[in-house]
Each structure stands twice: as structure tokens, then as C-alpha cells.
Design a protein around this ligand. Sequence first.
Ligand code: ARG
Ligand code: GLU
Length: 730
Amino acid sequence: MKFLKLMAFATVLFLVGCKTTQSTPVASTNKIDAKQAQGGMWIPSLLEGVNETEMQNLGMKMTAKDIYDVNNSSLKDAIVHFNGGCTAEVISSQGLLLTNHHCGYGQIQSHSSVEHDYLQDGFWAMNKSEELKNPGMFVTFINRIDDVTAQVLEGVLESMDLKVQQSLIDKNIAKVTKHATKEAWQEANVKSFYKGNQYILFVTEKYTDIRLVGAPPTSIGKFGSDTDNWMWPRHTGDFSMFRIYADKNNRPADYAVDNVPYTPKHFLPVSLDGVAENDFTLVFGFPGRTNEYLPAVAIDQIVNTLNPVKIDIRANALKIVDGFMRSDKSIKIKYASKYAGIANYWKKWIGENQGIEKSNAIAQKVTLETEFSKRVAKKDLAGYSSLLSDFETLYAEVEEVALARDYWVEVVYRNVELLNASFKLYQLENAYTRGGEAGFNKARTATLNRFKGFYKNYSPKVDKPVFARLVQMYKEGIPTAFLNDVLKNGNVAAMADDIYANSALVSLAKVEALLNGTPEEVIAKLNADAGYKVGKALSSDFYNVINPKFNEVNIKIAAVQKKYMKALRELFPNKRFFPDANSTLRVTYGQVKGYDPVDGVSYGNTTYLGGVMEKFVPGDYEFDVPKKLQELYKAKDFGQYADNGKMPVCFIGTNHTTGGNSGSPAIDAHGNLIGLNFDRVWEGTMSDLNYDADICRNIMVDVRYILFIVDKFAGATHLIDEMKLVHPKK
Ligand code: ARG
Ligand code: GLU
């Protein structure tokens, strides 16, 4: 949804003007405070200038070129996008990768069973032949980053209709991508920044032979689980290790026995010297999505209308699933990853809402908007004068359908698994309508493949009460204009009884039988299935009513948002605007720092192993501690990793991060690894909408704790030997 409403020529001029720096230059750069003024997720190729100066003022000893360089190896060559979601970094000359435990969780789970429970017990390959392959996994390196705004906006005129503009932009992007200079094994793609005001090309390299090397037990890697998630003080050793394999020429290749460990252009040395308050830190990774430039009316809608509904639906689903997981070990393994994913954002939204309220974020936005209007009026910028009232109108228009969409996504798509399966089958039926027999057969194979993974972790016993509760909430809560007759006239409890007794969608064997036959036969069987009937009714509402309506309004919102973004940058020349996160490689930086969460309470910046022992509850679901770790603690057997006799575990800093930054390296002033980003503090989770340097902190595992666990706990000393350990402070 990127649109252009400006004179192309003027836009190009404007963008070329600010191309060398992503931050509108501050009036006098030498006046930057030694303490950080704001957050930001900056584009690595555009750090020279204001960012570089600011980083150096904060203590960095590197140059912008040490971080990103096209011609020489630089820090960026050690960073990968991990399976499209998290971040990971190369920490040895043999392609050893470090990421979070929760990022490798799905892989660790996939190799686990009740007999070999690597989630519970941990896993360590004691040599390369024991490393476990992970079909379907990939990591992506960024080879090059180029500004291609002028090419993408070529010929695009403000006078053009929005759809025409977009299709021209899409065509230009296809052209830029196709003609990008790159090697045969590389890929190219273009992403929009600043809401469509800037376009950037990424040349990437994707490796697909990624093997699991090691993971601590969940009682370390996920210590504190959901109770401690998004919280400080924290004591989680949230890490796991993988290795990239390549062909004989070090190029990407699918799994093969004779593939070899990847030789990186750069890998991160590991610092043994730890951190202290105010030390410079840089976090390098792939933040997924932020929304820092929304108008007050949009934040109000998120916080007061949408978040409460999503929180409520998830709370209900989680309570039911949790009950089963606590009493049945096989259900615990099956649902562990799904549960963690649902619980994660449930808790995040609660923190986000509290933070927005406490920091008066909406009132702050209103103040900014008042000032914005004044400046627009003063400069007589007619083109910008209706932006804020356009937002008011459009957010009012979108409210009901946005709510309906969230109900659908949370109930049908995310939480009631049988409805999710029926959604996949609905797509299969559509494949027949669109592509005939050939289309159907292709889609059937893909669907059956996905179902194999799906049903491996499915229990109708768990799903049925979730259906009964959530579909009732859907029926009662979705705006009536979007309520399907099937639900309006039906009794949900009776529906659940019928479906979970009679539908084929409750097991893989039954679904496979159902999908056997000619397309016509399969579709006839599907449409006679009790579960599919309800699922189809709800999915077709989404496809035919909810989503089209939602998109229709959102196209208009995006056009206003784009213009608003441009206007903000023009009217507040002293402010520095970073582009919202969009799953591209970014640099964020700050300092190690504690914070004051509430009046009278101050949090320090580091936690220690002693704190793990304080939280220890023997046999507990979330706070058990492995015996070996207890012994190491008692014996103070910390090797070279202790800090004045204590074993550091986690620390916090002012780096502006978001989802996707999990697994990102925390790097010191010289470019060495000091920690592994994995979370944010609860009081600051609103930073996706409104960063506030006073209370927003990212949470990192201290790299010395990782080394200690690998070395002393797991005895995987061969991995330590592979790394380059350094003492930058000595
Ligand atoms: N909150 C962190 C993130 O957003 C960690 C999530 C995984 N941990 C958990 N207990 N669910 O991804
Ligand atoms: N745990 C998050 C992730 O998986 C990072 C924490 C955050 O959202 O800042 O990316």
C-alpha cells in the first residue's frame, strides 16, 4: 500500500536532497547530547553524518564504514535474517550462528519427542556430524543496499489516480529488481521506506542448509517462561546455536552430506569484558514492524478498541490450552511453541496499553498535531491542511471493519485450529474454482504437506473447548454487520458437539481420506462436512466482505499517511525521523542503562546467576533450575566468564528494538559481541508506537552467560575453541 500523491519531480528532488543522510540534519551537530535524545532504527548504508557523530558521542570507536561497507567486509556481513523472522549472527570462521532459544524453538521442538525431549533436556552436537538438518529453514545475508527512489517513482504523477500510481510503482519495482546488478545466486528486492516516500533495493544471499548445533534446556533458554516474558529483572539464557553450510564454493546450496561449513566475510569476535552503566551498545538486526508516525486518532483506536478485544480473546484461549498442557506431557510438547507465540503478543499488548496510558502518548500526539496544524497554516500549505481531518474521517470509517478483521484473525485464523484448517481447505476449493483440475491438484499436494506438520501438533480435545469459547465470543462481539447467519442462528455449544464428533478435520487420517478423489468428489465431501461448513462460511466472509472493505479504506489511509510522513519531515526540520521498521536490516544504538519503572523504584542494568537461584522453584513449570546449574553456582565454577566473582546473566540498554530484533547481536564500541537481544521491558513495549527514552529498554543475554552455559554446563568446549575471544577493555 504505497502511494504517491506528489509531483514526481518535486518528490525526487526532495528525496535526493536527503539521500546522503536519513536524519534531517540537526541545526548544529556538535550539540548532540552525550546522552541519547531519541530512539531510531537506522538504515545501515546511511549512517554517515548525524548518526555516526551521535554514535561516537555515545562512545563508539568505530566509523560508519566499519558497520556497513560495500567494498570491504564490515559488521553487516556477520548478520543474517533468520528464517525470515528473527536475526542471527555469525560468531566463528566456520559459519557458527548465534540466535535466541525462542527463535530456534520450532526447530528444537521438531527434533523432539517424549523419548528425546530436546526442549526439556537441551541438545548439543559434540561434533559436526551430530548437527541436525532443518528442511525448509533459511538465513539471508544482505550483500548491498542501494537507494532506488528515483527509478521507482519515475513517471509517477500526483494527478494520477491512486491505483494507477501504484501499478506504475509496481512496474518500476519489477524493472529495478530485474535489472539489478547481482550474481546468479543472489536475489534482489525493493522495499518502501517512510510510507512510500523512499525506495531501497536489497541484494541478498539466501543459505538453506542450516543445522542445529546446540540449545540449552528450556529451564535455562526459557527460564521464567511467560511469567517473566517482557519483564525486568530477567534471568533467561535465551540462546541457541546453528551452523550455515554451503557448497564447495561457499555458495548457497540445499542440504547435502558433502556441504561444508560456510566461511563468512566477517564474524563477530566475542568480548569477555562485559558491560557497565553508560557503555555504548549497538544492536544490528531485522526489526519487523513499528508505527511511530500514527495520528492520535489511530493510537486511540488501537489502545481503546482493538487491543482490548485481542487481549480478551487470547486470554480465553490461553487459559484453556494451559490447563491441558499442565496435565498432559504430550500436549505440553505439541502446544509449547503455539502457546508461547499466542501468549507473547497477548502480554505485549497489555504492556503496550499500559505504557501508552502512563506516558500520555495520545496527549503527546495531540500536542504534536496542534503544532503541525499551526505550521501548516503559517506556511499556507494547502496540500497538507486536510491531513488530520482526513485521518479522523478515515479511522472512523475503518473502525468497525478493523474490529471485525481482528475478531476473524484472532478466532478463525489464530486460535481455533479446526477453523484454521478449514480456512486452508477453503483456499483449496478456491484453487479449483480459479485453476481447474490442475490448480486443484497442485494445491492439494501443498495442503496435504502443510497438514502433516499441522496435525502432528494437533489435539481436538484441546481445540474443542477453545472453539466453544472463542466462537461464542466472536458471535457476541463482532460488529453485527459482519456476523454470519450460520452463527447468528446457531447454538455454538451444539455446533461444537456436532463438529468435534463428526467432522473429518479432527485428524490427519480423516482429512487425507476426505481429500482423496476427483476434485468434484472432494469438494462435495468437503461441503458436507460439519466443520468445513462453518469454517467456509466464516472464511468466505473474510475473503468477500471483511478484507475487501478493510483494504478499501486502508488504501486511503496509506495515501494520507504517506503525505503526512512527508509533511512531518518538511515541517519539523530539527527533528530526526527514522523510517518505521519493515523487516529490513537496521542499526539501533544506545547505552547500557537501568531505569525507574515506578515512583520510588530503580532498576539496575544487570542481573546475575544469584537471581536465578532466588527465583528457583523446584519442579516448577517455569522456574525450575537444572541440577548441574545449581552445582556450578554453589561451587562458583564460572571459569573465565565471571565478573568480580559473580556470573552475569542479562543486561538492559536504551537500544530501540522490536519483534524481529530477537537474536540480534549487542555489539560494543569496537565491534565485538557483548550480548544477545531477546526482549524489551514491559513498561516500554509501547515503543512500537511511541518510543520514550526514559522507560524503553531492550533486554539482552550477557554473552558471558552464553559462553558459561556452552562451556561449563554443556561441556561443548569445541564451540568455544571456534570463537575468537577478546579483551577490549584490558
Ligand atoms: N518477548 C520476546 C519476544 O517478543 C520473547 C518471546 C519468547 N518467550 C516467551 N516466553 N514466549 O519475542
Ligand atoms: N522477543 C522479540 C522477538 O522475537 C524481541 C523483543 C521485542 O519485541 O523487542 O523479536
